[in-house]
Design a protein around this ligand. Structure first.
Ligand code: DGT
Ligand code: CA
Ligand code: CA
Ligand code: ZN
Length: 584
C-alpha cells in the first residue's frame, strides 16, 4: 500500500464525516484526519515500512497521528480497508473523488444534492444542472446552478501536471543529493523543469559518471522513491511518493552535454536541431554530435553542440521550436539581452499585515533587502472594495504613505550597502465598470499605482476587455496586476482580448505585470512575447504576502525568459530613480 493511497482514504473519511455527521465535535475529527493526511503526504518514508518495522507504536510516534487514527491505519494495512470508511460510504454512496477537490461545492451542498436528487457523481450533477433541476431546489438559484456548471467545466481541466513551484524544492533537494554523490561527475535536472515550464509532467535528470551501476542503485533507493518502474544499465525510471515520475539517464562525461541537450528538449526543438545537423551532413543524438565518418565532434559540453551547428547558445527557456533556431543562427548575428535571474532590483507588488499580508512594512523591507538583495519594494496593499482582504480606504492609504515615509527615514540605519527604498503604492481594485475604488487625487500621492480585477470574473469578453482598457487608460494607473486572472490548473481567468489590452498598454505606457506567484504566472509566456513585440513594458513582481514569497521572483523571471523578455523590457530591473522616471 502506497502512502498516497492511505492519504486518499483518510481524506475520503474526513469528507464523508462532514456530510454524514452533525455532532458539533465533528470539526475536531475532520481536522484530525486532515492533519494526518497532510503529514503522510509530506512523509519521505513509507508508512507500511514504518508499520512493518515498529508496529502501531511506530505509527503513533509520527507527528499528527493519535491512537484512533493509528489503529485505523493499522486496519487498512492489514485488511486493505477500514470498516469505519465502509460504513460512511454505505450511508452516503457518492463518488467522493468526483467532489472532494471541487471549489465552490462543499460537502453540505453535496449532501443536499444527494438527499433531494440522488446525485452520486459528477456526470449526474452535470445532467441535473443542465436540465435546470438544481435551480428549483430550496436554497438554490439559477445563478448557483450556472456556477455549478462552470465549476464542473473547471474540474475537467487536466491537472495531472505538477506546478513548477510546488515541486521546485523537492527537485532541488534531489539534484543536490545526486550532485554530492562521490561517483557523480555532473548532474543536471533537464526536461520541462530546465525550460522553466509552468507545469511539469515528469522530472528528467542527467548524470555523468564512471560508475553507472553505483549511481543508479543509489538513485532508485532514495527515500522519496515509491516504486521502481524500470532499471537498466544507463537508465532508471521511478515514481516518487507524491506521485510524480522521474527519468534518470546516466552517461559518461564525454556525452554529458549532448545528453543534457537531448533530454532538455523540447521534442520539437530536438527534431529541428537534428534536421539541421542532417542538412550539414552531421548526426546528432544523446551521445554526441558526429560527422559523416561517425567521428564524434562534440558531446561533453552543450554549448559546443550548438556552436558546431553554427548556432549561438540557445537558453533552455527558449527551446520550444518557436523560431529560436532561426533567430540564434550565427548567420543572423542577432543579439538579445534576455532578462536574467539576478537582474531584478526591486519588487512592485507586496502586501503587509495592514491588509491580508502577514508581516509589517519594516519586516517585508528588511527581508527583501537582506535575504533577497533587492534595493526597493512597493507596498501594494489592497483597497477598500476588497473587504475580505481588509482593503484600505482613502484615509488609511494616506496614513500608510506617511508611515512609509517615516520608515524610509530610519530603515537604512539597519541596512548596509545600497540605500533601500520603500515605495508607497496600492493594489487598487478595478470596479465592474472599469473605474477604480480610490479617486485619482489620492492615487497621485502614491509613488506607483497597480490596479487589478478581483470580482465579476464572468463578464463577456467584450465588456471585460473594455473594463481593463478603461483602467489602463486611467492616468493614475502605472501597472495592471495579474492581467488575465488565471490560476494554473484551477481557473482559466476571465476572458479578455489580450491583443487589445496590449495595444492600449502600448499607447498609454501602462506596464503589464508578470505575477511570479507560481499559481498565477500571469502574464503567461505567449502573452509576454506578444507584449514585448509590441513595445509594452513589464514588471516582474512577487505578490508576496509573506517574506518567503520573494523567492517566487525566480518563477516570474523564468516565465519572462520563456516570453523572450529582454532586460530593458522589465522596468524593475532598473534602479529606483530610473524606474520612477519611466512611470506615467
Ligand atoms: P513534460 O515532462 O511533459 O513536462 O515535458 P518534457 O519536455 O520534460 O518531456 P519528456 O519528459 O517527455 O521528455 C524529456 C525530453 O526528452 C523532451 O523535452 C525531449 C526529449 N524527447 C522525449 N521524447 C523524444 C522523442 O521522441 N524525440 C526526440 N527527439 N526527443 C524526445
Ligand atoms: Ca519531463
Ligand atoms: Ca520524461
Ligand atoms: Zn496582490
Amino acid at each position: 500500500m502506497k502512502n498516497i493511497e492511505i492519504v486518499k482514504i483518510l481524506r475520503e473519511i474526513s469528507y464523508l464525516i462532514q456530510i454524514t455527521e452533525d455532532d458539533p465535535n465533528t470539526i475536531f475529527k475532520v481536522r484530525a484526519y486532515e492533519k494526518a493526511a497532510d503529514m503522510i503526504e509530506g512523509l519521505s518514508t513509507s508508512v507500511v515500512e514504518i508499520y512493518n518495522k515498529n508496529g502501531i507504536r511506530g505509527l503513533r510516534d509520527l507527528p499528527s497521528i493519535g491512537s484512533a487514527i493509528s489503529s485505523k491505519i493499522e486496519e487498512l494495512i492489514k485488511s486493505n480497508k477500514i470498516a469505519y470508511h465502509e460504513e460512511l460510504r454505505k450511508k452516503m454512496p457518492i463518488r467522493v473523488s468526483d467532489f472532494i477537490n471541487m471549489k465552490g461545492i462543499g460537502p453540505k451542498t453535496v449532501k443536499i444534492l444527494y438527499d433531494k436528487l440522488k446525485i452520486k457523481n459528477l456526470s449526474e450533477l452535470q445532467i441535473a444542472a443542465s436540465e435546470g433541476k438544481i435551480a428549483k431546489l430550496k436554497g438554490f438559484s439559477k445563478i448557483k446552478e450556472d456556477k455549478i456548471l462552470k465549476t464542473i467545466q473547471f474540474s475537467k481541466i487536466d491537472n495531472s501536471r505538477y506546478l513548477l513551484g510546488d515541486i521546485f524544492p523537492l527537485i532541488k533537494k534531489i539534484e543536490s543529493r545526486l550532485t554530492g554523490h562521490a561517483n557523480v561527475i555532473h548532474c543536471s535536472v533537464v526536461g520541462s523543469f530546465r525550460r522553466m515550464k509552468e507545469t511539469i509532467g515528469d522530472i528528467d535528470i542527467v548524470v555523468s559518471t564512471d560508475e553507472p551501476e553505483k549511481v543508479i542503485n543509489f538513485f532508485v533507493k532514495m527515500s522519496e522513491v515509491e516504486e521502481i518502474k524500470g532499471q537498466g544499465k544507463t537508465k532508471a525510471f521511478v515514481e516518487l511518493r507524491n506521485g510524480i515520475d522521474v527519468d534518470l539517464l546516466v552517461v559518461p562525461e564525454e556525452s554529458f552535454g549532448s545528453a543534457c541537450q537531448y533530454f532538455t528538449g523540447n521534442k520539437e526543438h530536438n527534431i529541428s536541431l537534428r534536421n539541421l545537423a542532417i542538412s550539414m551532413g552531421l548526426h546528432l543524438n544523446e551521445w554526441g554530435l558526429f560527422d559523416k565518418k561517425r567521428k564524434k565532434i562534440a558531446g561533453t559540453n552543450e554549448r559546443e553542440i550548438y556552436q558546431n551547428l553554427r548556432l549561438q547558445y540557445i537558453p533552455p527557456e527558449l527551446r520550444e521550436n518557436l523560431g529560436e533556431i532561426q533567430f540564434f543562427s550565427k548567420d543572423q548575428n542577432h543579439k538579445i539581452d534576455l532578462i536574467d535571474y539576478g537582474d531584478l532590483k526591486g519588487d512592485l507588488h507586496t502586501h503587509t499585515d495592514n491588509t491580508d499580508g502577514t508581516m509589517s512594512i519594516e519586516d517585508m523591507a528588511i527581508h527583501a533587502r537582506k535575504k533577497f538583495g533587492l534595493d526597493y519594494i512597493a507596498i501594494t496593499d489592497h483597497t477598500k472594495s476588497l473587504r475580505l482582504a481588509n482593503g484600505l480606504n482613502e484615509n488609511q492609504l494616506l496614513n500608510q504613505i506617511d508611515k512609509i515615509q517615516e520608515i524610509n527615514d530610519v530603515i537604512n540605519e539597519d541596512l548596509t550597502g545600497t540605500k533601500f527604498r520603500i515605495l508607497s503604492s496600492a493594489e487598487v481594485d478595478i470596479l465592474k465598470d472599469g473605474a477604480l475604488d480610490i479617486p485619482n487625487n489620492i492615487l497621485d500621492k502614491l509613488d506607483v499605482v497597480g490596479a487589478s480585477i478581483h470580482s465579476n470574473f464572468s463578464l463577456s469578453k467584450e465588456i471585460q476587455t473594455e473594463r481593463l482598457i478603461k483602467a489602463a487608460k486611467n492616468p493614475s494607473v502605472d501597472i495592471i496586476f495579474h492581467p488575465t486572472g488565471r490560476l494554473i490548473n484551477k481557473r482559466e481567468g476571465y476572458s479578455i482580448d489580450i491583443e487589445k489590452l496590449i495595444d492600449t498598454a502600448c499607447e498609454t505606457r501602462t506596464i503589464l505585470e508578470i505575477n511570479s506567484n507560481y499559481n498565477r504566472l500571469d502574464l503567461r509566456d505567449e502573452y509576454i512575447r506578444l507584449a514585448v513585440n509590441n513595445g509594452v513594458k513589464l514588471a516582474i513582481n512577487s505578490d508576496a504576502h509573506h517574506p518567503v514569497h520573494f523567492a517566487y521572483l525566480l518563477f516570474g523571471v523564468g516565465q519572462a525568459r520563456r516570453g523572450w523578455a529582454k532586460k530593458i523590457d522589465v522596468i524593475n530591473s532598473s534602479n529606483v530613480d530610473d524606474l520612477l522616471k519611466r512611470l506615467k
